[in-house]
Ligand binder design. Structure first.
Ligand SMILES: [Zn+2]
Ligand SMILES: [Zn+2]
Length: 359
């Protein structure tokens, strides 16, 4: 099969012929139909996070089940599915208390089992237990959810990471109340999903913060009531002015130290900041100590604290009802060969999402 191989940081991915094994145990072989290009992959290409190479990146995909391992009960060939990197064991303390997204004993092949992916005879590392920049994915059945055959694949793929992360940060992690005031730092794919989550949850004010003018029209279209250009204005001051003292909830959806700090600073007393973005390894967030006396809170967020097998079908229902706008988030479609161009367009702020299509 064709796949895009990641060789080392700062180098373009190359399209290669890769061998993929047949499913064993509870594994499922999925034919990839749509694969979204998410910013998290770029963190690895840009060298902010380490990952052993060679590897196949990509972690936001939808496709069709092609074959199932002997112990798979939930899926059969022909099923339409969304893949999720929050693969879970189903038996650990996290899983048994409803926090499958934090599972620490994620199922994987054992050392004495053959590698899932090989290229020129050498093993290729599977990224996020998915490796979705490839014509096929070999994943555990607890990394998949079955979806309705009517759901379009490109839009379904976005639910696989960006949408689940952003909407989930609002509905599951922060659990905002209707009528809340919200600031979202970053209006890329995850930021736009966060804005939509806030709108769905009934926020009365949603302030989108970004430095790229090109992103504001889409942010407004998807639910932002106010815009702050952090290049032109101090976003903390601007948010305090707009809200008469600060927001109830703020979300960091870029992965920037300064944005995480501003997220905390722009809260009103008692407010909660949620850091969704991937802050580069080794970076520390600095907060004003006395502000804790005002009961301000800051928390992390992993993939929107998802219970994806439950959440994703709900998001599809929101999409059908017109409450979750996904057509508007698919800015461009491309082929696997366009993956490097998709990274460039994302960095340039030209797109909410490029979705690579296979057929
Ligand atoms: Zn992602
Ligand atoms: Zn578990």
């Amino acid at each position: 099969m064709k796949a895009a191989i990641f060789h080392e940081a700062h180098k373009p991915l190359t399209i290669e012929n890769v061998e993929i094994d047949t499913p064993i145990g509870r594994e499922v072989l999925v034919r990839t139909v749509a694969s979204g290009v998410c910013h998290s992959d770029l963190h690895f290409v840009d060298g902010y996070y380490p990952f052993p190479t060679p590897a196949i990146l990509g972690h936001e995909a939808a496709g069709i089940v092609e074959a199932v391992g002997p112990q798979v009960g939930e899926f059969k060939p022909g099923d339409h599915v969304i893949a999720c990197l929050s693969v879970f064991c189903g038996a650990c303390d996290y899983c048994l208390t409803g926090k499958t997204h934090l599972c620490q004993t994620r199922p994987a092949r054992k050392k004495d089992e053959p590698p899932k992916l090989t290229w020129n005879g050498q093993p290729v590392n599977q990224f996020a237990n998915l490796s979705a920049y490839a014509e096929k994915m070999l994943v555990h059945e607890n990394a998949l959810v079955k979806i309705d055959d009517q759901m379009p694949f490109a839009q379904a793929a976005l639910i696989g990471c960006g949408v689940t992360t952003g909407v989930g940060a609002v509905l599951n992690t922060a659990r905002i109340e209707p009528g809340s005031t919200v600031a979202v730092f970053g209006a890329g794919g995850v930021g736009l999903a966060t804005i939509q989550g806030a709108r769905i949850a009934g926020a009365r004010m949603i302030i989108a913060v970004d430095t790229m003018e090109s992103k504001f029209a889409k942010a407004k279209e998807l639910g932002a009531t106010h815009i702050v250009n952090a290049r032109a204005d101090d976003p903390v001051k601007a948010i305090r002015t707009l809200t008469n003292g600060g927001v109830d909830y703020s979300f960091e959806a870029i992965g920037l130290k300064i944005a995480a700090e501003q997220c905390f600073d722009c809260l009103k007393p008692g407010g909660t900041a949620t850091v969704i973005g991937m802050i580069p390894v080794g970076q520390k967030i600095e907060l004003d100590g006395p502000m804790f006396l005002r009961e301000k809170k800051i928390q992390g967020c992993s993939m929107g604290s998802n219970r994806f097998k439950v959440d994703m079908p709900r998001y599809i229902e929101f999409y059908r009802q017109g409450r979750l706008k996904l057509d508007e988030m698919v800015s461009r479609r491309g082929r696997l060969e366009d993956v490097n161009e998709a990274f460039r367009a994302m960095k340039a702020g030209e797109v909410a999402r490029t979705v690579l299509m296979f057929d």
